[in-house]
Design a binder for this molecule. Structure first.
Ligand code: ZN
Length: 164
């Protein structure tokens, strides 16, 4: 199964998680990730419900638009960088994996540049520099195999409804 097939069978995201109102095609809505038993989970809100949900302590949120049915959206670089920063103090295996996989993807997009690989008692860290700000950041390498990397990328694709 390819990644794009997995997204298509992902749970329907066409409606508000509070009031169940359907989002019109290309209509604006809000999405938020929050902590759940199974790791980060996503909820979508219409504009009205978002006003009430805004203070619910989400891990990250963004304003989005329902894409036309035939469009496969690509994850927005700004959103990716924001999520990457929020994962700085990643405290679960899932978040550590997400941060690493995002780093790989941001390197492909030339937003992050590898400076060096630092080895310490807790394993390997990638030392990266942000293209825009010049800021140096460290990303722990959780030593995932190819399959685990694909799985984390697929999960991110589902959470954000977009290709990395
Ligand atoms: Zn609603």
């Amino acid at each position: 199964m390819t990644l794009s097939q997995q997204w298509r069978v992902a749970p329907s995201r066409g409606a508000c998680s509070r009031c169940a109102a359907e989002f019109p095609e290309e209509g604006v809505f809000f999405s938020a990730l929050s902590e759940s038993e199974e790791g980060l989970a996503r909820r979508d809100y219409c504009r009205d419900c978002w006003q009430e949900a805004d203070g619910d302590g989400h891990f990250c949120f963004w304003r989005t638009r329902r894409p036309p049915a035939d469009e496969e959206p690509v994850l927005d670089t700004e959103l990716m960088l924001d999520f990457f920063d929020r994962l700085r103090s990643a405290d679960t295996e899932e978040k550590v994996a997400f941060r690493f996989v995002l780093a790989l993807s941001l390197m492909r997009r030339r937003e992050l540049k590898l400076q060096e690989v630092a080895r310490g008692p807790e394993g390997e860290d990638l030392v990266l520099r942000k293209r825009r700000s010049g800021e140096q950041v460290k990303v722990h390498n959780p030593e995932l195999d190819e399959e685990q990397i694909q799985a984390a990328a697929a999960r991110l694709g589902q959470l954000f409804d977009a290709r990395l």
